[in-house]
Design a protein around this ligand. Sequence first.
Ligand code: SF4
Length: 221
Amino acid sequence: MSINIENLDLLEDKIITCKKCSRLVAWREEVAQVKRKAFLKWDYWGKPVPGFGDPRARVMVVGLAPGAHGSNRTGRMFTGDGSGDFLFPALFNAGFANQPNAVSLDDGLILNDMFITAVCRCVPPGNRPTRDEIQNCKNYLVKEIQIIKPKILVALGKIAFDGLRGIFPGIKSNCLFVHGAVYPINDHQTLVCSYHPSRQNTQTGRLTKEMFAQIWNKVSL
Ligand code: SF4
């Protein structure tokens, strides 16, 4: 499936209405109905989550998928969950975000020189999309990359790394997912690898604030 869209707003409309993966459609809607106790008053987003940020970004950050009670609730990537609580202060410190917090679509957050997206737009059970589901979603990411033309792509986690490897044949097969690794994609784009800022990584010390800051220092001008 190739997508004949050259405009981010139109692409966003197409993503938000997608129902291609029946398992994920059912799950995103169930999570949005059942809710978490702390968010019972929220009207959950419960739809695919599009990328967001600076349409002329030099840096594109590629994550895994929406969090059940994070972006599946708020409608914006990494917004309202523990991963975002770790990500946005780091982006703020590095000058990519105008504020260190992200809690809702209308919180005033603006990204500068950065666009944040993911390999899968719907919340998967257990945070694990299947290979077919990532494949179904692949062309949305391809299209975002074609429209934005980032110079640097930051893969947050191994699944994002593998997703980008499936898009760019120029990433050599002997390139391994290692935190901080930098690989050429082609003569004008570069891939940077980072551990995902999931609670599982940040609360176990696998990813520290210092390790994460090194990634953003590496990609800032
Ligand atoms: S994961 Fe992607 S392809 Fe699948 S339903 Fe969601 S938006 Fe569509």
